[in-house]
Write a protein of this length. Sequence first.
Length: 165
Amino acid sequence: MINIKNVKYYPELRKVAELADEIWHECFVDIISPGQIDYMVEKFQSLGAMTNQIENQSYLYFAVCDDEDLCGYIAVKPEEDDRFFLSKLYLRSDKRGRGIASLMMNYVFDTARKAGKKSVYLTVNKYNSHAVEVYKKIGYKLIDSVVTDIGGGYVMDDYIFSYAL
Ligand SMILES: CC(C)(COP(=O)(O)OP(=O)(O)OC[C@H]1O[C@@H](n2cnc3c(N)ncnc32)[C@H](O)[C@@H]1OP(=O)(O)O)[C@@H](O)C(=O)NCCC(=O)NCCS
């Protein structure tokens, strides 16, 4: 049985950071360089980075567990306007293809509606074709693309998708 719960603190957040490290090094291996994966994990998904996002940038993190097995996570951020930013949606590889992603996405939509938002948007690497197909299937629409300089000599080359609630 899948359960999704808000996590804010050590030690739960550390477990999410460890899972993020594992998933990012697996799923981006054909898309971005090993150096960039290490850089992005440290910058965005280390325990310190996530704690800063939660405490200072209004991010919410959610752990996704299959019974007791922590197998995925979500990060979201309500914007000042009527948009809800889906920042992270990650599932360990052995749990993919089972409908868990749709449960996770419905949880995001419910959370956004409860916050009074009108749309959910996300960025996705242009070459992350599986995620792009999943988002399109769910009903997201491509609205833009963006290249973001993240320092260290690296950029993120992303599509922006939006879903009207
Ligand atoms: C993105 C991710 C969360 C999706 O989870 P998943 O388990 O692979 O997704 P599913 O197989 O459950 O697919 C979700 C839906 O998309 C559909 N889908 C999957 N692949 C598809 C394809 N190629 N074409 C059309 N529809 C597709 C599925 O049928 C399913 O729809 P349904 O629930 O109505 O049956 C997961 O693959 C993941 O964590 N990937 C690595 C991390 C990542 O890339 N995260 C996104 C970063 S932006």
